[in-house]
Ligand binder design. Structure first.
Ligand code: COA
Length: 171
């Protein structure tokens, strides 16, 4: 399966809505104003099998906006702006997992964030979601703390990734 990682377009929303669930499903269209204004960055994994379609996505918020529906708690609203950015979701369609697509989506989001003067990326992951935690840890993310936000029914782990510009030499 040939898969390209590219910027999310408005026309990807129906394909994303076919596999995203719950709040993440609503987010595929709700994030579009933030993407248009450059306050968020989104990428899709586009499969070329039988016509192009999105089989995965990643969404990163560079700046906090009122229209993105973030509730305070667990750090969510602190992670956006001033060199910090918040990776809201990365997801790959069930039938396309285990082929490195999640890793490629993260890689793209991380390098893109670095190009937007982000020094630290943050995310929440369910404490029970070991598959996602392994992916983050493989890419150098570290567990920062455990939180129990009011906006979800399960304890969450906060992970962070400090982004280092290639070749940067300390004075
Ligand atoms: C977490 C998630 C995004 C990972 O996506 P993915 O595309 O399966 O990720 P990868 O393929 O890069 O890595 C997954 C596994 O496949 C393995 N893998 C990667 N490339 C591979 C390849 N070419 N061949 C075989 N295995 C491979 C990885 O080593 C990894 O193994 P592990 O789980 O034993 O550590 C996906 O499982 C998902 O969408 N989960 C539901 C949503 C979710 O939980 N999102 C995170 C919210 S915080």
């Amino acid at each position: 399966m040939a898969v390209e990682i590219r910027e999310l377009r408005d026309t990807d929303v129906p394909a994303l809505e076919r596999f995203l669930e719950g709040r993440d499903r609503e987010r595929a269209s709700a994030c579009l104003p933030a993407l248009r204004d450059g306050d968020a960055r989104g990428f899709v994994a586009a499969s070329r099998d039988g016509g192009e379609t999105a089989v995965g996505w990643v969404l990163v918020h560079l700046r906090l906006r009122d229209d993105q529906g973030f509730e305070p708690g667990g750090g969510t609203t602190d992670f956006q702006g001033g060199g910090h950015a918040y990776l809201e979701n990365v997801e790959v369609m069930a039938g396309s997992r285990g082929r490195g697509i999640g890793s490629r989506l993260l890689e793209r989001a991380e390098s893109d964030a670095m190009g937007h003067d982000v020094h630290t990326l943050w995310l929440h992951v369910r404490e029970s979601n070991r598959a996602a935690q392994r992916l983050y840890e493989r890419r150098g993310w570290v567990r920062d703390r455990r939180v129990e936000p009011t906006w979800i029914d399960e304890p969450m782990l906060v992970y962070r990734l400090v982004l280092e510009a290639p070749g940067r030499v300390e004075p």
